[in-house]
Design a protein around this ligand. Structure first.
Ligand SMILES: Nc1ncnc2c1ncn2[C@@H]1O[C@H](COP(=O)(O)OP(=O)(O)OP(=O)(O)O)[C@@H](O)[C@H]1O
Ligand SMILES: [Mg+2]
Ligand SMILES: [Zn+2]
Length: 191
């Protein structure tokens, strides 16, 4: 029997089940991956346009990626986000300072904190770019803690970047956030 998609190759028979040909299956999988990694989707989950072409990094699990300014941290973690998107995981990307500033402005307008944070709490994969850019206020620390603690407790993949190793983050994020990161993450140094 011919493959019902291309009508050219023979259909495959596997364990008594008829399947479309391998060429068509590969082409369809490629199309799905291309759709998952479309600019629209990259934009939608928060990846800045200048990083859309970052090469895919097949890196699994939670990671803390650190290094000096300009060592390629954002490029690297966008690559990880793209890997997870390509396999169909739900991914969110956040620049920590930007998102916390936005949340802070909403809190003043009495928009519920959890409604805003929800998508960052529940995503299969959360990328948190640039933690600890400066010393966090008590409010920043608490909000970061809430996110990290939720993700740790639910075993969700969290990929974080910062410009110092975790010891250097204690003074910026507080001990409780750093201890969550230590428990969750593999360490990657890009210097
Ligand atoms: N593997 C790489 N090879 C060559 N150039 C790279 C690589 N990764 C990133 N770059 C380039 O280096 C520059 C800095 O990359 P990126 O913004 O990812 O670094 P960063 O560590 O996130 O910087 P910052 O600390 O300022 O946030 C960019 O112009 C990027 O295109
Ligand atoms: Mg960066
Ligand atoms: Zn076919």
């Amino acid at each position: 029997m011919k493959c019902p998609v291309c009508h050219t190759n023979e259909a495959r028979l596997e364990s008594g089940i008829l399947l479309i040909c391998l060429d068509c299956e590969t082409r369809m999988n490629d199309d799905v991956v291309q759709l998952r990694l479309s600019k629209t989707n990259l934009e939608h989950i928060g990846i800045p346009p200048q990083y859309h072409d970052a090469p895919i990094q097949e890196v699994r699990g939670s990671n803390y990626v650190y290094g000096n300014p300009g060592t390629g941290k954002t490029t690297y973690v966008v690559g990880i986000a793209k890997f997870y998107m390509s396999i169909g995981a739900s991914v969110q990307f956040m620049n920590v300072m930007e998102v916390l500033a936005e949340l802070r402005s909403l809190v003043f307008k009495n928009v519920a904190e959890y409604d805003f944070l929800y998508k960052y709490l529940v995503a299969d994969v959360l990328v948190m770019d640039d933690v600890g850019v400066r010393k966090n206020s008590e409010w920043h620390e608490q909000t970061l803690y809430l996110i990290l603690n939720h993700r740790l407790n639910h075993g969700l993949v969290t990929v974080v970047t910062g410009n110092t190793n975790l010891d250097g983050m204690v003074g910026k994020l507080g001990e409780r956030c750093v201890s969550r990161l230590e428990r969750m993450c593999n360490l990657v140094c890009l210097n």
